[in-house]
Design a protein around this ligand. Sequence first.
Ligand SMILES: *Cc1c(COP(=O)(O)O)cnc(C)c1O
Length: 374
Amino acid sequence: MFRAEAVVDLTAIRGNVETLRAATPAEVMAVVKADGYGHGMLESARAALAGGASWLGVAVLDEAIALRTGGIDVPVLAWLWTPAETANLRAAIRHGVDIGISGGWSLAATQLTARELGVTVRVHLKIDTGLSRNGAYVTEWPELVAAAARAQAAGEIDVIGIWSHLALADEPGHPVTARQVAAFRDALEVAERAGLRPLVRHLANSAATLTAPETHFDLVRPGIAVYGLPPVPARGSFGLVPAMTLQAGLASIKRVGAGEGVSYGHAYTTKLETTVALVPLGYADGIPRAATNLAPVMIGGRRFTVSGRVCMDQFVVDVGDLPIEVGQPAVLFGPGRDGEPTAQDWADGLDTIHYEIVTRIGARVTRRYVGGAA
Ligand SMILES: *Cc1c(COP(=O)(O)O)cnc(C)c1O
């Protein structure tokens, strides 16, 4: 009863968070942005909480509001927003979302909304310790901290957290991480001298949670590891179990002769008489077009390669003389337990990272949840 589905194993998500919990005395903020890295935000969030996460993290305000509307009442931090989002900011604050503050304008906008609503807003001040992405630059930090201390004294905000993000955590032992930890400690000291006593200091993503205890502080923010994908592939699985299996039923099979061009541009040509199978998934579903003639697919217990161009809605696989039936599943990736490819295999073949493989799986692909209490 399916065209294509992403089967999401909630027991795996729950177990992965238990694994992360066991790796640190810090609290765990499960990052569920981007629809739970493509796995479904609310379902993933509930499974992560069942596994012992006590915080949730998202990028954008809409995601935080959706968690609250979905009935989730644990602390939620949202960290990426723009000055144009006044209505969204108001809604998020009304829902008791913790707001990431990366500079003067975002503090001012938060103070204004706090006064409008007559509430005290929970905020996390972000210092840029060397990623040069979001966060206050070191030269702006003393001024931001002083302004935050004044706003806190006025009852407009409550500085719940001070935080930063690592640039090279996926290369354990890299000297940049040590420099970022030192810069973070300096920033904490500046904040302390300004009278701020944050409840949580946080820096670590998945890779750092599993490989760099000196980055843990009070709270860690794993994302990819929650979904079971190894954050440092060279170091193995860390006991994590990939939660997503992407599969589709074959929509057509036929015998074709030798020398037939397959799919647009005839980027693939059959060598012998063979069976070609049609998989109803394409780049509109998030299958990278770069998978053309490269990515692995399991059909009937054997591994094949995408044959010819990935189209918008479909691609073809040459399965040789394997006896197959229309409707039987083609597994693009899964946990790898039954010999199927993994998201890591897809990423390796396509010169990208598994984050992108799972996160891009589109809304047209049904999510089916198995396992778990959620
Ligand atoms: C996405 C994100 C995370 C989670 O990173 P992973 O590498 O998936 O563990 C943590 N913190 C911030 C700021 C992020 O943007």
